[in-house]
Design a protein around this ligand. Sequence first.
Ligand code: FES
Length: 148
Amino acid sequence: MNTLQEQTLLSRREQASLLAKLKEAQKEFGYVPREFMAETARALGLPIGAVYGMTTFYSFLSTRPLGKYVIRICKSIPCCMQNAAMIIDSVAAEIGITPGQNTADGRFSFELTNCIGACDMAPAMLLNDELHGHLSPGKIAEILKACK
Ligand code: FES
C-alpha cells in the first residue's frame, strides 16, 4: 500500500485530527519535525506514511525549517503557460538557491506550489502571505531587494 492509498483510507475524523495536529506543529516549530510525525502517528494509531503523506500534500506545511522569507512560485499550468519557468530561474539567480532549498543565512526559502488562486495574475507567487502577480525578472529583483 502506498502513501496515497494509506492517506485516502483515513476517516474524515482521522484526517481532521491529523491536520489539526500538523498545523499546530507548523505554528509552534515553523515546520513539522520528523519526530513529531512519528509521535503523532503513534498517538493517533496511524501509519507513519499517512502522516508524512498529509504533511507533504499541503504547501502550507513543511518538513524542514523555513527561512524568514518563504517564496512560493506557482507551478500549475496557467502560470507555466505565462512563463513561470523564467520566474523560477530569476528567483534562483537572485538568491542563489533552487526550489526546495534555504539560503545559508536563513533569510530565504524557495518552494514551488500548486495554484494559489491568482491565475488571472499569472505568473504568480507568494512571499510569505503576500501575493505577487504579473511577475517578470525585473519585478522579482525589486520584490526581493525589499526583503530586509
Ligand atoms: S495557476 Fe498559478 S495562480 Fe493559479
